[in-house]
Ligand binder design. Structure first.
Ligand SMILES: Nc1ncnc2c1ncn2[C@@H]1O[C@H](COP(=O)(O)OP(=O)(O)OP(=O)(O)O)[C@@H](O)[C@H]1O
Ligand SMILES: [Mg+2]
Length: 423
């Protein structure tokens, strides 16, 4: 069945969603499984010595690009490859390659190419960044429209809930924060991207610092040059991130630390975690309050870090939070793509279900992942729509077969040379 595709190239995770054109039902956007965390794929491109890119594979940092989706327009390219002289890759080329890879994966699964592609982009992109992205996408054979992330979030919101005034969008992902207002015509009225604003990785650091403080010398005295210490710290970072996620649904957890003297567990409560991140959350909220000072009808929270209960409890006014806020933008991108193809008049009317809504009293808000909060007028509506269907993609196992964009060499670049150390 014909379909359109939305893509969100986040700093950590790239996600895809499709909307079918025709068939029964309202054509709800469906998040497409790409084989990685949370249904997406890690936003990493590893240049291989033959000039192809492996997608979503952890790899040698010298050969691996991350964070390119938010560096489009940056004049400093990524330099990938051997220390003796790497391949220069512009952020827009890498972003376009990622979109192309996603489009190919989805096309292989659907048995046909999408009718249209929409790439969601940071709200701060101006004509220069958009022009670069368009050119790069065209050069890899992808005809795509660009939609600002907050507008995509508004499209997704409007699928389930109508809004008559303006909509606030509070976005907190792994690295990026933005506060925006979207008008009823889906125009971006105002947007601010937090340059130094803490986001998900900084919250991981807060948990890490908690562990460091708890263990004192036991951790501090480890030899930083010992590869085992590096392995221990890398694993600890991952465990801190996992503990942070756990604390969105539980009031306490512990972080395992595999010290050379034996494993230990460092407990952490949600209250302690909230104390650690509160200044960052308050700063983001104050930016949002300035951006939305003219008033908004309601505010949608998007991005994985919006799952943190303190975040939902701190944003003022009526707040809407989906069960998986890290997918709101990509689903909205797919909806925007459908609107571009079929026209706004063919859009179905919103159904007043969805999502979790609170009002000014934080106690009335749903904690993420649970629906046991106090009743609220907003909650008398039908129950939240069921979780999106994350269909696993039939791909080879990661780490055994590399998913490679074959034959692609960044434009204007030479092919990567073989590394001296024989990679
Ligand atoms: N349950 C959870 N509780 C707290 N944080 C979470 C939870 N689930 C995911 N996260 C965090 O959300 C972040 C990922 O969010 P998201 O996928 O929206 O980011 P991204 O789009 O890749 O990056 P960005 O938008 O910042 O460029 C990570 O920091 C992750 O740890
Ligand atoms: Mg994001």
């Amino acid at each position: 069945m014909p379909y359109v595709l939305g893509v969100d190239v986040g700093t950590t995770r790239t996600a895809a969603a499709v909307c079918r054109l025709g068939g029964a039902g309202r054509g709800e956007p469906e998040v497409v499984g790409l084989g990685g965390p949370g249904g997406g794929v890690a936003s990493t491109l590893q240049l291989t010595p033959d000039g192809a890119f492996a997608v979503g594979e952890p790899g040698d940092p010298r050969w691996t690009a991350t964070g390119f989706g938010r560096r489009v327009g940056d004049t400093v390219p990524f330099v990938l490859g051997p220390d003796s002289g790497g391949e220069r890759c512009a952020a827009e080329e890498l972003t376009a390659l990622m979109v192309m890879w996603v489009a190919d994966q989805v096309a292989a699964r659907e048995g046909e190419r999408p009718q249209h592609v929409v790439l969601a982009h940071p709200p701060g992109w101006g004509p220069h960044a958009k022009g670069l992205a368009h050119r790069a996408l065209r050069s890899v054979g992808v005809e795509a429209s660009l939609v600002p992330e907050p507008v995509a979030a508004a499209e997704n919101h409007a699928f389930t809930r109508s809004f008559a005034g303006s909509l606030g969008v509070f976005s907190l992902g792994s690295h990026a924060f933005s506060a925006s207002v979207v008008g009823r015509g889906f125009e971006l009225v105002h947007a601010v991207e937090g340059v130094d604003q803490a986001a998900g990785v900084d919250f991981d650091d807060a948990v890490f610092d908690h562990v460091r403080t708890a263990l004192g010398r036991e951790l501090a005295d480890l030899d930083p040059d010992d590869p085992r210490t590096r392995g221990l710290l890398a694993r600890l970072r991952r465990d801190c991130e996992a503990a942070k996620r756990m604390l969105s649904g539980a009031v306490e957890t512990s972080i395992p630390v595999h010290l050379p003297s034996g494993p230990v567990e460092v407990p952490i409560t949600r209250a302690r975690f909230e104390d650690l991140i509160r200044p960052h959350v308050e700063q983001a909220v104050s930016v949002f309050e300035r951006v939305a000072s003219a008033g908004v009808e309601m505010t949608v929270l998007v991005g994985g870090s919006a799952r943190i209960p303190l975040v939902a409890a701190s944003v003022p006014g009526r707040v809407v939070l989906e069960a998986a806020p890290e997918t709101s933008v990509v689903k909205g991108a797919a909806l925007a793509a459908r609107k571009l193809v079929v026209g706004p008049d063919a859009e179905p009317d919103p159904i007043e279900t969805s999502v979790m809504v609170g009002d000014d009293d934080p106690l009335l808000r749903f904690p993420v992942g649970g629906l046991e909060a106090s009743p609220d007028a907003e909650f008398t509506a039908p129950p939240p729509r069921p979780p999106v269907d994350i269909t696993p993609l039939d791909l080879p196992e990661r780490r055994t077969v590399k998913r490679v964009v074959r034959g692609l060499v960044p434009t204007g670049g030479r092919r990567a040379r073989d590394d001296e150390d024989g990679r």
